[in-house]
Design a protein around this ligand. Structure first.
Ligand code: FAD
Length: 274
C-alpha cells in the first residue's frame, strides 16, 4: 500500500486518529520524516498533518511561556520575548531546516540531534501530551523523554515553562566540529537562578551525552546554594560526568565526549566565548 496523507483540523481529531491507527504517523516539520520517505525507509502507512492554529500558537508575553508543538525554530528565533532561546534555536541546522523544524519534532529527534530539547530540559519544561479525544495532560520533560525511550509517547500538543527572570541566568552552548551548521558533539544548557548571590534551583542539561537529553544532576547539586565562582565551577566540573552514557558515532567517540565535557561545561559556567 502506498503512503497516504491525511489532514486533521483539530488537536483532538489528530490525537484520535493517531490513537486509533498505529500505522498513522504525525508529520510535523518533516525534516526527519521526509528524509525517511525520500530515502525509502518509510514506504507505506499514513502521514498526518495538523492545521489547527493552536499547534503553532505562541504565548510569550507573560511569565509563563506556552509554545505549540508546531512552532518552528525560525519562529522562536524571530520572537523577541524568546531572546534567551535564540542560541538554542539557531544552533539547529541551516536556515532552510529552521524554517521547517518544529519544537515537537525536536523532542523525538534521536541523539545527537535534539538540541532544543536540551534547552527545554534546563528550563524545567512541561510537555502537553494529548492522547485520544480527551484534554491534554501535562508531564515533566524528563519524564516524557524517559517514556519516549520506552516507546510510550502520544501527540505532543505543546510545551510550557517559566521565563527566566534574568536572561543572563540561562545559558546554552553547542559544541560541533562544523560551524555554524554542525551536528552536536554535545550541547549543554543551564538555568542558574540567583538569590542574593547564591544559585537556587540550578537546572543543567546535556544533549548527545546519553540516549536522550539528560539532566546533569551532579552538576546541579555542586552548584546549588553556591556563588558561581572558581570553587563551585571546579566542583561542577568534577561532577560533570555523573549520569552520562554518551555514544560513539560519526561525530565523536564516547571517549572524546567524556574527555571534553568538563572543559565545555567550565566554559559555559564561566561565560567564556559567549
Ligand atoms: C540537514 C539537517 C540538519 C539538522 N540539524 C539538526 C541540529 O543541528 N540539531 C537538531 O536538534 N536537529 C537537527 N536536525 C533534525 C531535525 O531537523 C530537528 O530535530 C527538528 O526539530 C525535527 O522536527 P520536525 O518537525 O522536522 O520533525 P518531523 O520530521 O516532522 O518528525 C520527526 C518525528 O517526530 C514525530 N513528531 C513530530 N512532532 C510530533 C508531535 N507534536 N507529537 C508527536 N510526535 C511528533 C514524528 O511523527 C516523527 O516520528 C537536522 C535535520 C536535517 C535534515
Amino acid at each position: 500500500m502506498p503512503l497516504d496523507v491525511r489532514v486533521a483540523t483539530s488537536m483532538a481529531e489528530a490525537a484520535g486518529i493517531l490513537t486509533a491507527d498505529q500505522r498513522t504517523k504525525l508529520l510535523s516539520g518533516g525534516t526527519l520524516m521526509m528524509r525517511d520517505v525520500n530515502e525509502g525507509r518509510l514506504l507505506d502507512g499514513t502521514l498526518l498533518r495538523i492545521t489547527d492554529p493552536a499547534y503553532r500558537q505562541m504565548n510569550t508575553s507573560g511569565a509563563r511561556i506556552e509554545l505549540g508543538a508546531g512552532v518552528t525554530m525560525a519562529m522562536v528565533s524571530n520572537n523577541r520575548d524568546l531572546a534567551f532561546l535564540h542560541a538554542a534555536a539557531r544552533s539547529i541546522g541551516g536556515p532552510a531546516i529552521r524554517q521547517m523544524a518544529t519544537i515537537g519534532g525536536n523532542l523525538f529527534a534521536q541523539t545527537p540531534y535534539g538540541d532544543f530539547a536540551v534547552a527545554l530540559l534546563a528550563l524545567d519544561a512541561q510537555v502537553m501530551v494529548q492522547s485520544g479525544y480527551g484534554s491534554a495532560r501535562s508531564m515533566p520533560l524528563d519524564e516524557f523523554l524517559g517514556a519516549r525511550e520506552r516507546g510510550v509517547s502520544g501527540l505532543v500538543a505543546g510545551v510550557q515553562f517559566s521565563k527566566p527572570q534574568n536572561a543572563a541566568d540561562f545559558r546554552f552552548r553547542k559544541v560541533s566540529r562544523v560551524k555554524p551548521k554542525g551536528i552536536a558533539v554535545m550541547s549543554i544548557a543551564a538555568h542558574l537562578p540567583n538569590t542574593g548571590g547564591r544559585i537556587s534551583q540550578a537546572r543543567v542539561a546535556y544533549g548527545a551525552m546519553a540516549p536522550t537529553a539528560v539532566r546533569a544532576r551532579g552538576v546541579e547539586r555542586a552548584l546549588e546554594g553556591k556563588a558561581l565562582d572558581a570553587a563551585s565551577i571546579q566542583a561542577a566540573k568534577a561532577a560533570a560526568l555523573e549520569g552520562t552514557r554518551p555514544a560513539t558515532d560519526a561525530i565523536a567517540s564516547e571517549w572524546y565526549r567524556r574527555e571534553v565535557l568538563p572543559v565545555h561545561l567550565g566554559r559555559l559556567l564561566t561565560g567564556e566565548g559567549r
